[in-house]
Design a protein around this ligand. Structure first.
Ligand SMILES: [Zn+2]
Length: 357
């Protein structure tokens, strides 16, 4: 089996034939001569129709997928056609696109690897340059955008990603429909204007069909969602809700602690921060009081350290402060899910920041 047989098997191009394959200078490359199949007319790159030939351009090199670590080039003299409708134009060839030096197959190959590796690593792995990897990715993304269909979007997720050094962010919008997950849009910064750019792209009609929006609690996002997707169910990032709840709960605990001290009660709440904020399995002996899981603090409230996540002791409801009651009720309703077992199980899952695809 020779190289031309393999090429014909994997990358046959209608209207063209692989004529000859040989080593290049120093045996560092493989050069494959390509010629038009006899009796086949050239295709106009303007109207994509066959057209009479006009002349030939100098030989051009198209870089193909490396074979066994050896660079492979297609060598071909492009024809110019004299098209009735378009005039004199360079012909269209199925393995190349415009002035790209890489073949389509190689650009697709590099772009796929660039999803798994950094562009630099991809370039080093296949003995090419960073610029060529960038061109390959750019080509594939441009093709994808040109052929993208935005017919129906039911659910979107928005999040920011930090890049480079310092506070530099991009806003990413994903479609997260069941069975269809894809990146829809990337905008600079994480401002109201940048997120609004997404809705400018999809238009008001498509935006009005969105049923679910997932986001974190970044205020510019919340403002835009309220304005552009008021009809959608807005699902907040569980991680941030739990973080906010923890912060508020700690503020209440600290306030209660100060008030206990002012009222002359023992300062039992003063070092109890992690008793209520930590998971039960992470509590150490100093976080509990001699096996008694309940800390009772004065006449106002009592705290349970043994239960997972903060819970006010089940007994003596009247002893809790109104602020604490309201907060813990809200907290428990947030982290509990009907039928999911204990709030603790849900709470454990809540501490991991969910990632968008
Ligand atoms: Zn034409």
């Amino acid at each position: 089996m020779d190289l031309l047989t393999i090429l014909n098997h994997c990358h046959r191009h209608r209207g063209f034939v692989y004529q000859h394959a040989r080593f290049g200078p120093g045996k560092k490359t493989i050069e494959v001569d390509v010629r038009p199949r006899r009796g086949t007319a050239a295709v106009c790159s303007g109207c994509h129709k066959p057209a009479p030939g006009y002349d030939h351009l100098p030989e051009r090199r198209f870089e193909f997928i490396p074979l066994w670590g050896i660079l492979v080039f297609f060598l071909y003299r492009m024809r110019r056609v004299d098209c009735r409708g378009c005039g004199v134009l360079v012909e269209e060839v199925s393995w190349g696109d415009g002035k790209h030096q890489l073949t389509r197959a190689y650009m697709l190959f590099l772009a796929r690897w660039a999803r798994k590796l950094s562009w630099k690593e991809a370039a080093e792995s296949f003995q090419t340059s960073w610029d060529k990897v960038r061109d390959a990715v750019n080509y594939v993304v441009t093709w994808g955008l040109a052929n993208r269909k935005l017919e129906s979007i039911r659910a979107i997720g928005v999040d920011e990603i930090q890049y480079a050094k310092g506070h530099k962010y991009l806003t990413l919008v994903y479609q997260i429909d069941q069975g269809l997950t894809r990146l829809l849009w990337v905008g600079k910064e994480r401002t109201i204007e940048s997120f609004k750019g997404f809705f400018t792209v999809i238009g008001d009609q498509l935006a009005s069909q969105i049923e679910f929006v997932c986001s974190d609690m970044w205020k510019p996002y919340l403002d835009v969602i309220r304005e552009k997707c008021s009809q959608a169910l807005h699902i907040l990032d569980r991680f941030h809700i739990v973080a906010k709840m923890n912060k508020a709960l700690d503020q209440v605990r600290a306030a209660e602690s100060r008030r206990m001290a002012q009222d002359g009660h023992p300062p039992l709440l003063s070092k109890s921060r992690w008793c209520v904020l930590k998971r039960s399995e992470n509590l150490t002996s100093k976080h509990s009081s001699s096996g008694d899981t309940t800390r009772r603090v004065g006449p106002e409230c009592s705290w349970t350290s043994g239960a997972n996540k903060p819970c006010v002791a089940a007994s003596n409801r009247s002893r809790r402060s109104p602020a604490l009651c309201a907060l813990t009720a809200l907290y428990c309703s947030t982290i509990s899910r009907p039928g999911s077992g204990s709030p603790a199980a849900w709470s454990r899952a809540s501490t991991t920041k969910p990632k968008l695809p």
